[in-house]
Design a protein around this ligand. Structure first.
Ligand SMILES: Cc1cc2nc3c(=O)[nH]c(=O)nc-3n(C[C@H](O)[C@H](O)[C@H](O)COP(=O)(O)OP(=O)(O)OC[C@H]3O[C@@H](n4cnc5c(N)ncnc54)[C@H](O)[C@@H]3O)c2cc1C
Length: 390
């Protein structure tokens, strides 16, 4: 990947972080990652090693065992692991969403209880907002939290919650009962995995990844008062403290997939010869690969911008940039993986080269956590001031 201008765009510490994480990722590589995924097992060895090295909690406050950096640092970690063949989806959720929300809005006790474990990887937390009947319209979520004395009772259904089986708890988004009608007043609750009334079932997916997706049933799940993270009346602000990092990290996830695919395709195109020159000499392959390199670089710049804005506390501007970065990286990844598979001919679909599996993975960046169409709706309305159609 281009290093032009990198010293202007990234501090020497971040460049060193890129290299160190890339070195770790390459020691495992896509063969390890895909073998784990196909066996239905978590990538525990890599997760543990990355945690021990401080990479998983690089964005979390130093006083709770983190690296004291920002979302920009964590995005580097995910991008480089993905480029090396190990796009660990749970990084988007555990340290990026859950860690950020608890660090920003948790009580001292909640920070002490969760952050050191999330930072060193010894504990993991999944995140559940999506519901079967609400989908992209998260204002319509119907998981309700009602008070029962000091306790809370949580009831509802969630879908596509990633990695519950590898997590100690899930951070669920619910709404308080008196806010059932009207605007969404989201409340966030930490629910330990073994809490009575909390059940989950894996959704069979066509995705080759160590993290499974689950549907969730919450049936009067009794939670103590301190399961609530933040203020029950704080509204969308607290939620977006977690959702903007999620978008930046999803962009980094897509960038990692794209760079991994481009690297494999270029390597192959340099050596595979079926006429008199390597196939990479044919402009029918070289130009689309060059276009992918341009698009990746552009998406990477936007991701850096979104991370910088978020880390500077500019939440509103970060929201727009994070949406744009997620969109750009998702598109770049989908096009690059498609072109990489084409470049390898039949080998694009063999398990040996590990590219076919990325075809489904790139769709994640187009659909989650907010779909391509919903990002375009956001840009049309908020950036361009066009009327809303829905
Ligand atoms: C691999 C994977 C992991 C995930 N992990 C998690 C997780 O950990 N936690 C979690 O809470 N969720 C998770 N999700 C869910 C994800 O965030 C949702 O799939 C996403 O928000 C889209 O919702 P939906 O699938 O219900 O699609 P829908 O909302 O039903 O949308 C279907 C299609 O309609 C389009 N559409 C909808 N409304 C409009 C409109 N107004 N204008 C134009 N087009 C529109 C969408 O863009 C999309 O193309 C995950 C999803 C996947 C695939």
């Amino acid at each position: 990947m281009s290093g032009i201008g990198s010293q202007l765009l990234e501090t020497p510490e971040r460049t060193a972080l890129r290299k160190a994480v890339g070195d770790l990722g390459r020691r495992y590589g896509s063969a390890y990652y895909l073998a784990k995924a196909r066996a239905g097992e978590p990538a525990d060895e890599l997760w543990a090693e990355a945690g021990k090295a401080g990479y998983l909690g690089v964005n979390l406050p130093a006083e709770y065992g983190g690296g004291g950096g920002g979302i920009s640092d964590l995005a580097i970690v995910l991008e480089e692991l993905g480029t090396a063949g190990c796009p660990l989806l749970l990084l988007i959720v555990s340290p990026a969403i859950c860690g950020t929300v608890i660090a920003r809005y948790g009580t001292e006790e909640q920070k002490q209880r969760w952050l050191p474990g999330l930072a060193d990887g010894s504990r993991r937390m999944a995140f559940g907002i999506t519901e079967p009947d609400a989908g992209s319209n998260s204002h319509r979520i119907s998981t309700v939290a009602r008070r029962d004395g000091e306790d809370w009772l949580l009831t509802g259904r969630k879908v596509f919650v990633s990695g519950i089986d590898h997590s100690d708890a899930v951070l669920f988004v619910a709404r308080t009962e008196d806010a059932r009608t009207g605007k969404l007043k989201p409340c966030l609750f930490v629910v330990p995995r073994n809490t009575p009334g909390f059940e989950y079932r894996a959704i069979p997916m066509e995705l080759v990844a160590p993290e499974k997706q689950f549907q969730v049933f919450l049936d009067d799940v009794r939670l103590p008062a301190d399961a609530l993270v933040g203020d029950e009346n704080a509204g969308l602000l607290q939620l977006f403290a977690g959702l903007n990092p999620e978008r930046v990290l999803t962009a980094a996830f897509s960038l990692g997939l794209a760079r991994q695919a481009l690297g494999k395709a270029v390597e192959y195109a340099k050596t595979r010869t079926v006429w008199s020159t390597p196939i990479g000499a044919h402009q029918g392959l070289a130009h689309p690969l060059a276009q992918c390199a341009v698009e990746i670089e552009l998406a990477r710049l936007m991701t850096q911008k979104a991370g910088l804005l978020y880390d500077a506390g500019e939440d509103l501007a970060a929201g727009e940039a994070a949406n744009m970065a997620k969109y750009a990286a998702g598109e770049a990844a989908a096009r690059t993986v498609d072109q990489a598979v084409q470049t390898l001919g039949g080998n694009g679909l063999t398990q040996e080269y590990g590219l076919g599996a990325l075809l489904a993975a790139t769709r994640v960046g187009r659909v989650a956590p907010v779909s391509r169409e919903m990002v375009l709706n956001y840009v049309a309305q908020h950036t361009l001031g066009l009327p809303k159609s829905y």
